[in-house]
Write a protein that binds this ligand. Structure first.
Ligand SMILES: Cc1ncc(C[n+]2csc(CCOP(=O)(O)OP(=O)(O)O)c2C)c(N)n1
Ligand code: SF4
Ligand SMILES: [Mg+2]
Length: 351
């Protein structure tokens, strides 16, 4: 058995959101991952974020590949659409689903093996095309499900549990996403819910390819001394560049911060991202500056977290293609077969 159903009963006084749902309504089956696995904390953050932004669970499509990380959609949003695809192939399945129905909220969940090794090409094209989605990589630096081999995000010089030193250069997924054209890029740590929940909420509201790299320690195979993805290492080397407040468009904007410490970014839908700068010289709206900052800090062994880059003017794949703004399965004969005169006009334009 790969999942255990949770009992449906819950306490009648649990708080509800604007739609009348409790947090329990966003949960899934009981997790069968190892106790202490970072992935379970990410599932909890996704549940919290969806509860807080008042999402109707049936409006979410969660897609994944193969790995412990890719198993996690079973453990949240039990009332949403789900598709567990082939190893590394989540992005193309998600792109197809998104093209067919742009009304759903797409959540892609993947691992560092799934996205940075076998699925690297798929990851790259979903970023550059601007597929409207939240793409979360649960990054532990190993193939957890197949017993802890180094993945492509393992840092050069890091040591495996059995003492082997990784001699290959590691891929920084956040830097790569920025280079590939993602319009929202964040990085966080599974152990920092205060940072991760608002990042996920803001990514949900972003129109375009939103990518979040979440360092998520694997307690079974990559949580020892010498690992750069362990709880201890990340806590010691985490450089938080900003703290994000996400304010949905329906809420009155009241709080004011002293000038010089806050950057505000208004998204397409009117929601506001308020960035309290921790690193005064960090510019989340400047792709080149953000990429340079990441590289510079990485060379010092620091893991930069926060909202790393956001383009508030972003457009998604549907915008690029000028595709119809209705789910394909709602189109009738009138839209799909516009008649002989229109066909003749199209043919004439091609001669
Ligand atoms: C085509 C294919 N190749 C290899 C595998 C074996 N396999 C299953 S999961 C996995 C790696 C998973 O690593 P990651 O995506 O980092 O997830 P984690 O378990 O670490 O969360 C591999 C290589 C597979 N299932 N399918
Ligand atoms: S093997 Fe690692 S990644 Fe997989 S469930 Fe256990 S701790 Fe998590
Ligand atoms: Mg992994």
């Amino acid at each position: 058995m790969t999942y255990i159903a949770k009992p449906k009963l819950h306490h009648p006084s649990l708080p509800t959101n604007k739609l009348g749902y409790t947090r329990r309504d966003y949960e899934g089956a009981i997790s069968t991952l190892c106790a202490g696995c970072g992935h379970d904390s990410i599932s909890a953050a996704i549940i919290q974020a969806c509860f807080e932004v008042d999402i109707e669970p049936h409006r979410v499509a969660k897609l994944s590949g193969i790995g412990c990380s890719s198993k996690t959609p079973t453990y949240f949003l039990g009332n949403s659409h789900g598709f567990n695809s082939v190893h590394g192939r989540m992005p193309s399945v998600l792109t197809g689903a998104n093209l067919a129905n742009c009304e759903l909220i797409y959540l892609g969940v993947s691992g560092d093996g799934d996205s940075a090794s076998i699925g690297l090409g798929q990851f790259a094209h979903s970023m550059r095309r601007g597929v409207n989605m939240v793409y979360i990589v649960e990054n532990n630096g190993v193939y957890g499900l197949t017993k802890g081999q180094f993945s492509a995000t393992a840092d050069k010089g890091s040591r495996s549990k059995r003492g082997v030193v990784n001699t290959d250069a590691g891929i920084d997924m956040a830097a790569l996403a920025m280079q590939l054209g993602a319009t929202f890029v964040g990085r966080s740590f599974s152990g920092d819910k205060d940072q991760l929940v608002p990042l996920i909420k803001a990514a949900i509201e972003h129109r375009g390819a939103a990518f979040i790299d979440v360092i998520s320690p694997c307690v079974a195979f990559n949580n020892h001394e010498g690992s750069t993805k362990s709880y201890d290492y990340v806590r010691e080397h985490n450089e938080v560049v900003n703290r994000l407040d996400f304010i949905p468009v329906r809420e009155a904007i009241t709080v004011q911060y002293p000038p010089g410490t806050v950057t505000e970014v208004r998204q397409h839908d009117g929601s506001l991202l308020r960035l309290r700068k921790v690193a005064a010289d960090y510019e989340a709206g400047n792709r080149v500056a953000a990429m340079n900052y990441l590289q510079e800090r990485q060379s010092r062994g620091e893991i930069v977290t926060g909202l790393l880059f956001v383009d508030d003017q972003a457009e998604d794949l549907h915008g690029h293609l000028h595709s119809v703004e209705a789910p394909f399965n709602t189109l009738g004969e009138a839209e799909l077969c516009p008649g002989a005169a229109v066909l003749a006009k199209i043919n004439a334009s091609l001669r």
